[in-house]
Each structure stands twice: as C-alpha cells, then as structure tokens.
Design a protein. Structure first.
Length: 550
C-alpha cells in the first residue's frame, strides 16, 4: 500500500482501530474530576450544567437538517424584508453588475516581453468581454443572462444556500461561442432514489480516497416541481472529463471534512423569524388601537346586558329601556352641529373613554436595531447597509465600517473567483485558443503546458465607493506618488480599468486640443478658462467665445 493510500485509509471516517489515536483502548477509564479546568466546560455551574451539545462532525451536523434549513431561509428570502434586503446587499457589494477581467499573464513563465504580454492581454480581455456581454447571451446555457447576471445568480445561491453549483457545457448552438454555463439550484444535488449515505457517497457527491469530489448526482428537476415521474431521475456528472472541468461547486468550508456549504443566514434564522413575528404583532396592536379609538361605558346592569346579548328573556326589555332613555335624552338635548364636526350628548350615566395606545412599544426601535445589528454581522455587512438608516453615522464611523466590511467582501470575492469563476475562465480560454480567436506566440509554452500562466487574472469587483470623495481622492493621489500603490490598484478598488481610463483620458485631451485649435482658443481654455492669462482675451471673453462657437 502506497503512502497516499495508507493516509487516505487512515483518515476515512469510522476506520480507527483499537490502540490508534481516537480509538478507545481496552480497560481505559476516564480520570475522575471534580469539575472542568475551564469554566466553559463545567458540568456543575448552574448556567452550563444542562448544556451538553454533541460533538458533531462538520458534515454530520449539516446533512440531516440541510433541506429544512435551506427551505426556511428560502421562505425568509421570499417573505421577510430584512432577509431579502440583506441578501441583496451582499450580492450588490460582492458582484454588483458583474466583474471585469484584468488578464495578468505570467510573463516569465510564458517568455514574453512587456510589449508582447500587453498586446496579448488586451486581446484576451477584448475577446472575453465579447463572450461575456453578447446580447444573445451565448455564455448562458439558458440564454437569459450575460456573464454578470450568471455571477449574480450564482452568488445569490452562494449566500442563500451556502453554495453555488454550475455545469460547464460545450454546445455548438450556431452562435459564435460554444462554452456555456448552466447555474444549477443546489437543492437538485442529492442522493439518487434517497439512497443512504456512505463515506464515499454523501449528499449527492461521490468522493475519492481523500474526500475529493469525483462526480455530482443532479436531479433532473427541482424536488418542488411535479411534472412526471422522470423528475426524480438523477444525472451523474463527473467533475472532470478528459482533464477538463465540467462542474464548479463553490462554498466556504468552516471546518475540515465539510462537503456542502452552510447558508450565511443559518445562525440567525431563529432571530429573523422572531423579529418578523414581533414586528407583525406590534403593527397589529397599533392597528387595533387605531380602530378601537373609544369605548362607551353604560350604567346598565352587565349581567342583564350579557343575558340580553346571549338572547335571554330580558333582551326586549333591556333594548326597549336603552332606546327609551336615549330618545328621551336626545329629545331634551339634541346634538350640536358645528362647522366640520358634530357633538353628540350621551344618555344619563354613559361616558366615553378614549383608548391610549402604547404601540409601537417605546423600546421597539432600539430592540429592532439591536436585532438587525446581529443579523448584519452574520451576513458580513453593516447595520446601515442592511437597514438603509444612515442618520447616526459620521465620516469617521462610516469610513471605519466601510474598510472593515470591504475586507470581508474582498476575501469572499477572492474565494468565489478561485472556486467558481476561474475554472469557467479556463474552459473559455481553451475554446478561444482552439478557435484561434486568441493566437499564442510560438516561442511560448502551449496552453496545455502552461494553463495557469496563460489564465492568470485579477477580477475587478464593484467599486468600493467614497464617503468623502475629496479626501479619498487626495489620499489615493498621495499613495501613488509615494509608490505604495499603483494606478491599477486604485482604479480596481473603484471597479475601473486603469488602462481604459488612461485611453479614454487621452482621447478626451486630444479632442480638447482639436477644438481649441479649431476655434482659435488658447491652450487650456476649455478645461480651465480661469487660468488663461488676461492677455489672451480674459476668461469672460474666452467663455463667451466657447459658448458662441460650441
């Protein structure tokens, strides 16, 4: 048995033998202890004595309850405004309208000089944009979304279900590209025919000796659909075929041995549900108090009234007495009519008591804020982003919060790019080379020899935005001047391509100079008229010339 096989056998679950670490030995007894060395492990403390959770493995804690957990989160996303808003903010900040490609070829590995690498990178970026933004959506197997829409859909599943699943297909459909992406609902990844799980086949995933995924069993239709009996059939899709990736499955494991993702809202499902119920209860109480604004108290006998209301023998007597008293009193003291209002006089002994509503509760707002902060923290966003409440924020706190959550967004985007986007990019790149849409130099290694070098890339996220544009622009300028940042890095933080910026700026400046020469204006008159010397006609005259000429 080789070392790899021996290690794989050792780490397989349920394989520990007596005498090995983690296996009970004959005659072993626990050392008696009065209490734990750590207070958190105390068995006698009144707050902890009844708290004895099981030591689940990462996947055994998730597998039995995953369907119910994700179903509840889907229900919250459909019907709870806070849950829906939180997921939207997460997708907006990480994906936005889509990611841009910066091709960063490994120049040393590919034996390219700067000029050649720049030319090829520009060609790659142009071809990829053509595939990603084609108006007929050839990049989507369903032909509904561009690449940005596919990323948003996949990351929404990543946030809501804990994972994103997609199949990469190569289908000649008559379009310019054959590489297409089919985003799959993770609910369709399951055991065929409800087969029992084993150490090599769990949650619809076939596993190798080191628990690496080998194949995925995908249901033909979602379990919630009910078309025909064929819906329950599963299709086995290998992860690789002929060395090419067919399936991308993106999730962030929280523990070793985890093979399916945990939703971002899993830890706050109960809190979201209870907050929604509390919100509805306060709203209902406020509505009831508004409708029942006043009550009339009467001197008549409550028992007699109750008997009358129940249809007893005194019904007619009670009603006749009430009617006679009211007619007599109203005859003696009729209602007064004032402009826009009427004042009614009650029968003797009757009075009106106005309700004094106390809803929403005085602590309703502060309690809701505290709950939303907890939910926002679980999602990795700020309370202000979740609630859209910026009333208590100043520049310093907003800047600090933005920097903190941006680290989380960047980390999540990097993880998602490596697991989901990069394998798709590799498959697209292979087709582009095969179709000779991208021509590789003969002096460089082939695509098969250096796939990682040819497909090295940085993906541009949505822009981070500014809290104070002036201060942050000045800080960016200073960082570039000091050499601790670059134009590429500063532009990427705002979701921009630095080369496109410079090229556009060059075109603008060229056009400005052409217009100034065409209208006989001094240099700089269009961009900064106030800086032109008075001998050139003065700013006012120049402005007038520009207005008249343009």
């Amino acid at each position: 048995m080789g070392l790899r096989s021996a290690l794989a056998e050792f780490f397989r679950p349920g394989r520990a033998a007596a005498g090995q670490p983690g296996a009970p030995g004959a005659g072993e007894r626990a050392i008696p202890r009065a209490d734990a060395g750590y207070q958190g492990a105390s068995r006698t403390h009144q707050d902890l004595a009844s708290w004895l959770p099981r030591a689940f493995s990462a996947q055994s804690a998730l597998s039995p309850d995953r369907n119910l957990l994700t179903s509840r989160i889907h229900d919250l996303a459909r019907n709870d405004g806070w849950a829906s808003a939180g997921l939207d903010r997460l997708v907006d900040n990480v994906i936005g309208g889509g990611w841009g490609l910066n091709a960063l070829l490994n120049r040393r590995r590919l034996k390219l000089d700067d000029a050649a690498a720049t030319d090829i990178a520009a060609q790659i970026e142009a071809e990829f944009e053509d595939w990603a933004t084609d108006p007929d959506c050839w990049c989507d197997a369903e032909m509904r979304n561009g690449f940005g829409g596919l990323l948003a859909l996949a990351y929404r599943h990543r946030a809501m279900d804990g994972e994103a699943l997609a199949v990469i297909s190569f289908d000649e459909r008559g379009g310019p590209w054959a590489t297409a992406i089919q985003v799959v609902d993770p609910d369709r990844l399951s055991q065929p025919q409800a087969a029992p799980e084993t150490d090599r086949f769990r949650q619809g995933i076939e596993l190798g000796p080191s628990t690496e995924p080998l194949a995925y069993h995908i249901r033909r239709a979602h379990p919630g659909e009910a078309f025909t009996w064929r819906d329950a059939e599963h299709l086995r899709v290998p992860r690789f075929m002929g060395g090419r990736r067919l399936v991308v499955h993106a999730f962030e494991p929280t523990r070793a041995g985890q093979i399916r993702g945990v939703p971002a809202l899993a830890s706050v499902v109960k809190k979201l549900r209870m907050l929604g119920r509390y919100d509805e209860a306060e709203l209902q109480a406020a509505v009831i108090n508004a409708v029942l604004a006043a009550f009339v108290t009467t001197p008549y006998d409550p028992d007699a009234m109750a008997e009358a209301m129940a249809g007893g023998s005194k019904t007619e007597d009670i009603l006749d007495a009430m009617s006679a008293a009211r007619e007599k009193h109203w005859a003696e003291a009729p209602p007064m009519t004032l402009p826009g209002a009427a004042i009614n006089f009650l029968a003797p002994g009757e009075e009106i008591k106005l309700s004094n509503p106390h809803h929403p509760n005085s602590v309703f707002e502060s309690f809701t804020r505290a709950s939303l902060r907890n939910i926002a923290s679980a999602l990795g966003i700020t309370y202000e982003q979740l609630s859209a409440d910026w009333g208590q924020v100043n520049y310093s706190s907003a800047r600090a919060a933005l920097l903190e959550v941006w680290r989380g967004f960047t980390a999540r985007a990097g993880h998602f790019a490596h697991q989901f986007v990069q394998p798709i990019y590799v498959r697209w790149f292979e087709e582009a080379v095969a179709r000779r849409r991208i021509v590789l130099p003969r002096t460089s290694p082939s695509f098969e020899e250096a796939r990682a070098a040819w497909t090295r890339a940085r993906w541009r996220m949505p822009g981070r935005g500014w809290v104070d544009p002036l201060k942050e622009a000045q800080a960016a300028d200073l960082r570039v001047r000091l050499g601790i940042s670059t134009l590429e890095r500063e532009a990427a933080e705002q979701g921009l391509d630095w080369e496109e910026n410079l090229e556009q700026r060059a075109r603008e400046l060229k056009r400005v100079r052409e217009l100034e020469a065409s209208y006989g204006l001094p240099e700089g008159a269009l961009l900064n008229p106030a800086a032109v010397p008075a001998s050139a006609g003065g700013p006012d005259e120049q402005n007038e010339d520009v207005r008249n000429g343009l």
